[in-house]
Design a protein around this ligand. Structure first.
Ligand SMILES: Cc1ncc(COP(=O)(O)O)c(C=O)c1O
Length: 412
């Protein structure tokens, strides 16, 4: 690095990358002091060549691990053919992806955009307009869950049930109320004929890997629909194989009226989707909603390739099997370390280990041992590895986890 702080030629060191970022990026997130430069499968390497096994996968995103060859090939082929045309026109990859996602999900209509928060924004607008058209503007309220997470736009934080993400951003979207996740009586009380939708995650991810209790989602759908409201499921994190099913709603015996997808859909390429029934989708007619780059052939081609692979039956079966194996290993760990671990939970490869100690220091210890994991909701270790993780890689993590947890002491 020159005296003026301008990097010279050649790759930068971790220290140089961090210093450059800290000098010029908005300080809107707290980053782990690790600069990753390369990846393959579960492995990533930092700027000094240290290897890590990645059990976060870019926060439940890189479904096929890092830098899968087929993504590079698809992106190159499409980039040399047609990158972007805007929604003034039709394009073939978008047509094929919409057909595939609607056929698989049983929903009827698809809208494509660039991030999970934007997919939720479209869902919110759809539900609001649907409600408005049926009530002369009176049906506009949204019921969401405490501890939920739906993204970082103003609309998305407004329906996110975490006070800390609201602080300083008021006034938020009006008409949103929060109920305890899994509590049907509270939901029943909160939904009246002023509500346009109930907006839920099937498994709360950021909220600590909390699956909806048995029977909750079908009953939530019944409550919503009986009062003229829609059930929106945010499957940005749970959708497309993460739980060992095509969509997490399969585990819970319910089909949503609107569902949002992101993360695995592009596996690191920015693309997301809002799917809906015909009836709900009609609310967003011509001119009501759009985005310039959403549905661009480049994004659609890579998402189509990824989705075709993610929805393969054998692939999903393997994810479910690997998830059961991983959960079994975490359960054994919980049983052998009762002083440090409360329980293991989750579905497929969306797993959490609820600790009796703060999860942050354990993440640091894992990192020092060459494993990347994530702390969420204070005391939960979240594991959302690439869906191609192997039992051998899980064994390596569990050995490092056992060592790291054995060093932890529960608070007196
Ligand atoms: C359930 C859920 N919804 C929405 C989002 C927001 O997605 P994005 O960060 O792509 O906007 C996330 C991101 O973590 C999420 O987990």
């Amino acid at each position: 690095m020159s005296a003026a702080g301008i990097p010279g030629p050649g790759p930068l060191s971790t220290g140089e990358i961090i210093s450059l970022c800290d000098s010029h990026l908005l300080k809107n997130v707290g980053r782990i002091p690790l600069a990753l430069v390369r990846g393959k499968g579960l492995k990533v390497w930092d700027a000094e060549g240290k290897e890590y096994l990645d059990f976060i996968a870019g926060i439940a995103t890189c479904a096929f691990g890092h830098a899968p060859d087929f993504m590079a090939e698809t992106l190159e082929r499409q980039a040399r053919t047609l990158v972007h045309v805007s929604n003034l026109f039709y394009n073939e990859p978008m047509a094929r992806l919409a057909e595939l996602l609607t056929r698989q999900s049983g929903l009827d209509r698809a809208f494509f955009c660039n991030s999970g928060a934007e997919a939720n924004e479209a869902a919110l607008k759809m539900a609001r307009k649907y409600g408005s058209e049926r009530s002369g503007g009176k049906r506009f309220r949204i019921v969401s869950a405490k501890n939920s997470f739906h993204g970082r736009t103003m609309g998305a934080i407004s329906i996110t049930g975490q006070q800390s993400l609201h602080d300083g951003f008021h006034p938020l979207l009006p008409g949103v109320s929060f109920v305890p996740f899994g509590d049907l009586e509270e939901l029943d009380r909160a939904v009246d004929d002023s509500v346009c939708c109930v907006f839920l995650e099937p498994i709360q991810g950021e909220g600590g890997v909390e699956p909806a209790p048995d029977g909750y989602l079908p009953k939530a759908a019944e409550i919503a629909r009986s009062r003229g409201a829609l059930l929106v499921l945010d499957e940005v994190q749970t959708g497309l194989g993460r739980t060992g099913a095509d969509f997490a709603f399969r585990h819970f015996g319910v089909t949503p009226d609107i569902m949002t997808l992101g993360k695995a859909l592009g596996s690191g390429y920015p693309v997301a989707a809002t799917l809906s029934t015909e009836e709900a989708g009609q609310a967003l007619g011509p001119g009501s909603h759009s985005t310039t780059v959403g549905g661009a052939p480049l994004a659609m081609a890579v998402a189509l390739e990824l989705t075709s692979r993610l929805l393969d039956k054998d692939f999903l079966t393997r994810v479910a099997e690997t998830g059961r194996y991983f959960l079994g290993r975490l359960n054994s760990l919980a049983a052998s370390l009762p002083g440090a671990v409360q329980e293991a939970r989750g579905l497929g490869l969306m797993l959490g280990l609820k600790l009796k100690v703060p999860a942050g220091p354990v993440v640091q210890k894992l990192l020092a041992r060459g494993f990347i994991a994530n702390a969420t909701a204070g005391t939960v270790l979240r594991f959302v590895p690439p869906l191609v993780v192997t039992p051998a890689e899980i064994d390596l993590l569990c050995a490092a986890l056992a060592e790291s947890l054995a060093e932890e002491r529960p608070a007196e």
